[in-house]
Design a protein around this ligand. Structure first.
Ligand SMILES: [Zn+2]
Length: 270
């Protein structure tokens, strides 16, 4: 079922609830809460490559059928030259990128950043494919809103705490446990943080008790940016279904910058 049909279904369900005097408040909430935009008709550029340990091809093969089922047109590139194609980039609604480390040329970076900042193309990604790409490109990091710097202990058990259930990306989700890399990142304070994790100091005692964003959304110029540090590999975010739910919802949200009003915030929200 696509999101539009889901929305209509929700409205129908809410209308039915409205006839029940005991459920009026719940129904009104359902009608007034923002819903995630549909991917129907969206043009999505999916770039994959970089360090193979983050499984760019596996993610490509998992995400592409879902994006198409949701009605999106998906353009796949295993390199970054597409970012320099000005006419292509003008048409793109959303860039999904998994390109850990690697290098990006000035022309490629300019093409990507211009599309987001000036045209309103959204960008969505996860883990190192977006949050540890192009380490020397600070303007790229300014767009992303964070940069990976460490994952103490490697794959460990940690908890993800949902900061807000008001946002459609995290609505209905509870706190959950992960066994994966707990990313320690340098963070832009103007990210709208939707979930955090707390470091326990077992591996690096001086960060004991540190609260670190795990999911955020932000703006860069006209474009919506979604990021989560979850997703070291595909199995980690499928074994913990909330992980993949968050990635999919983030993609939906970020795809709509050209069609929906800007959201704004200027202070840390965690
Ligand atoms: Zn990783």
């Amino acid at each position: 079922m696509n999101s539009r049909r889901k929305f209509i279904g929700k409205i129908a369900g809410a209308s039915a609830l409205l006839s029940s005097t005991t459920s009026v408040k719940a129904s009104v909430d359902l009608l007034t809460q923002p819903v995630l935009p549909s991917l129907e008709g969206r043009k999505i550029l999916f770039t994959y490559g970089g360090w193979d340990g983050h499984e760019p091809k596996k993610f490509r093969d998992y995400m592409t059928p879902w994006l198409k089922e949701e009605g999106a047109e998906v353009l796949l590139f295993d390199n970054l030259d597409c970012y320099t194609d000005e006419s292509l980039m003008k048409e793109i609604d959303l860039v999904i990128q998994i390109f850990t480390m690697s290098e990006i040329t000035r022309e490629q970076e300019k093409g990507l950043l211009t599309a987001v900042k000036e045209n309103g193309t959204g960008m969505a990604g996860w883990h190192g494919g977006m949050g540890d790409a192009f380490r020397v490109n600070t303007e790229y990091q300014y767009m992303v809103g964070g940069q990976w710097v460490a994952h103490p202990g490697g794959n460990i058990d940690y908890k993800v705490s949902i900061s807000s259930n008001d946002d459609p990306i995290t609505r209905g989700l509870s706190d959950f446990e992960m066994t994966s890399e707990q990313y320690y990142m340098h963070i832009d304070p103007n990210c709208n943080v939707l979930a955090t994790t707390r470091f326990n100091g077992e591996h690096d005692p001086w960060i004991n008790g540190c609260t670190m964003p795990v999911i955020w959304k932000k703006s860069y110029g006209k474009g919506r940016i979604f990021y989560t540090s979850l997703g070291h590999n595909l199995a980690h975010v499928i074994d913990q279904p909330s992980g993949m739910t968050i990635i999919k919802r983030g993609i939906q949200w970020a795809s709509a910058s050209k069609y929906l009003p800007m959201e704004s915030w200027v202070t840390p929200k965690y």
